[in-house]
Design a protein around this ligand. Sequence first.
Ligand code: BTN
Length: 329
Amino acid sequence: MKKPSSRKLIQLMNVLGDNEFHDGTALGETLHLTRSAVWKMMRKLTKYGINIESVKGKGYVLQETVILLDENRIREHLNDIDTRLSVFEAIDSTNEYLKTVKNARGLQFCVAEFQSKGRGRLGRQWVAPFAKNISLSCLLPFHKDISELAGLSLVISLAVLRTLQHFGVKEDVYVKWPNDVLCQNKKISGILIEIQAESHGVSQVIIGVGLNVNILKIDEEKINQPSTSLREVLGQYFDRNLVCAVLINQLQDYIQRFVKQGFQIFIDEWVAAEGMKGKKIALKTVHDTVRGEAAGINDQGHLLLRLPNGEIKAFSSGDTTILKEGQQH
Ligand code: BTN
């Protein structure tokens, strides 16, 4: 399932963006649509969860601020004018979509307003309401041995962290192994990396980033862990077109340097940005949960865990939770 973004829908939301009443006939004239086409778009937006009030004799009014993703507006802020980018109104999952792209010659990005089957790490769901956050994926054709991808997910979390810092998140923000970004100890971004090995020696790496931008506490009931958003942290609504462009610029920069120079050049930066070292943590792997003290990473980007018997063990995958004083799991 995939629906490309609709210019008419973007225009409609731009008109409604003044938060004044607009009647269906006038909207139809402005957008060169019939009244019934306008009504259908309103119904669609309502189904997506957008808060639009309809009052007899007055028309439609938008009850919140919503700026839709607009490829042209994103492109205005991109460093590389040749960036390959697709914008979808709705899709099953941006990661799944990029898996269907064949013979990509360079980085390719896609972003969606809504994912019906958004996926998180360790088989979890990733839920994001329509037009609130950023659900973005990047396809990286990788020509080296897949063992050289070690550390990539940590590098991606640095690109996300820099994006947040660009918008003014300065304090209490850190990366948590392997690739979460937390702010005020709540998750603000998650990353899912998937690798498809191809027969002719090129693998396709799919990098999925979910970034909470405008979601508020009130919308969060479907998200099952403490989380926050740029808007929660900084107290203002963000135009996601700009956030998306900065994220793409950062990803291009970090990925290109990683491909050329490998993980080593990022180790110091990651160590300076991490928020777990010395803390008691639980590491959940597919098999079990291991507890210990976080002791940094090795040069492969694997987590070093000091076990209760003093032994330091490296782990290549899993999910970490920082334990509170006295907490066992
Ligand atoms: C996690 O923390 O569990 C990872 C979440 C990754 C979510 C993103 S949103 C864009 C891309 N498409 C998906 O289906 N998942 C990733």
